[in-house]
Design a protein around this ligand. Structure first.
Ligand code: PHE
Length: 332
């Protein structure tokens, strides 16, 4: 019996050492040392042996099990190492070379969306403007009609920058300060969109980012009405999403627009997606931007780009958009 055990042990050790894959190894482990294995079978025969023989057979079985367990562990380590090396080779990135004629990557999903949105608005006759991400209180809040103690300031969870007077310099919480900068720099007519990065002091999770993107729209001219606003939103909705989509406005509040609204878009299947805010530019804001509200009127709108992109592409965790995992990024 002991000879049999040794022979089985030697054969099993050979087979284990020759396992070509982790799957094969798992099968061998089950067949050679598992409950139904030949070795385990010996245990059941031990009852018929005398004391001394039982001790010897027991010791041989224990030894065989130890030797084979060690062989399995050793082989597993080798195979896992090979698998990891294969994976590393397959996913290897050459970050040093960009060769002509080779696919050298593409723009990030959010950048693609910004460019598409710009194209749609340029097609509607808008220009594209930009402003700084580090803003002063005037442009981010005060000129936009946020009173010093206005509760709406708290809606915006601001990151303050330790420069100047306390709370004087902020990471812009929205793209609306670019409205003010545009008005300060230019006289109407103004038809402009302003995409960019914005910052809010928020805990990051699957549906919230502390750094995200918005696009702002500003129209100022003679005789601009709420009808122009609703029409522009609807025209944009159809141009960007498709003719099967439509839009609606719901009453809302922003200090810099009056009246204010939220706008939603309706998908062809009838479901609604909340997109952003809009309204007629408040006369105080026009005055703060150096524009006479008796002569000109206008509307503004703004919406988040990251959630829009995530909805469009079925991305369930916004944090994927800020990551660097090429397996995610390559899909778009
Ligand atoms: N700035 C607003 C926000 O971030 C959106 C908005 C833009 C509302 C323009 C009205 C007009 O929520």
């Amino acid at each position: 019996m002991i000879d049999d055990i040794r022979r089985i042990q030697a054969e099993a050790a050979n087979q284990i050492a020759g396992a070509a894959s982790l799957d094969e190894l798992a099968t061998l482990e089950r067949d050679l040392v598992g409950k139904g294995s030949e070795l385990t079978g010996f245990k059941k025969q031990m009852g018929s042996l005398d004391h001394e023989a039982r001790r010897e057979v027991g010791a041989a079985l224990n030894r065989a099990r130890e030797v084979l367990a060690a062989a399995v562990a050793e082989r597993r380590e080798v195979l896992e190492g090979q698998a990891a090396a294969e994976r590393a080779t397959a996913e290897r990135l050459d970050l040093t070379e960009v060769r002509a004629g080779r696919d050298a990557g593409h723009l990030h999903l959010v950048t693609q969306a910004i460019e598409e949105l710009e194209d749609v608005f340029v097609g509607l006759g808008f220009t594209v403007s930009e402003g700084p991400e580090v803003e002063d209180d005037w442009h981010n809040f005060t000129a936009l009609n946020f009173g010093t103690y206005h509760p709406a300031r708290d809606m915006q969870d601001t990151f303050f920058v330790a420069l100047g007077e306390p709370k004087e310099v902020v990471m812009r919480t929205h793209t609306s300060p670019v409205q003010v900068r545009t008005m300060e720099e230019r006289q109407p007519p103004i038809y402009s969109v302003m995409p960019g990065r914005v910052y809010r002091n928020e805990a990051t999770d699957a549906t919230h980012l502390a750094v995200f993107h918005q696009i702002e729209g500003l129209v100022i001219d003679r005789g601009i009405t709420f009808g122009h606003l609703a029409g522009t939103i609807d025209r944009f909705t159809k141009a960007y999403f498709g003719e099967g989509f439509s839009s609606r406005l719901r009453p809302s509040y922003f200090p810099f627009t009056e009246p204010s609204a939220e706008f939603d878009i309706q998908r062809p299947d009838g479901t609604w997606l909340e997109l952003g805010g809009c309204g007629m530019v408040h006369p105080n804001v026009l005055r703060n931007g150096g524009i006479d509200p008796e002569e000109f009127s206008g509307f503004a709108f703004g919406f988040g780009i990251d959630r829009l992109v995530a909805t469009r592409h079925g991305v369930t965790d916004l944090r994927e958009l800020t990551g660097t995992d090429v397996r995610f990024l390559e899909q778009f």
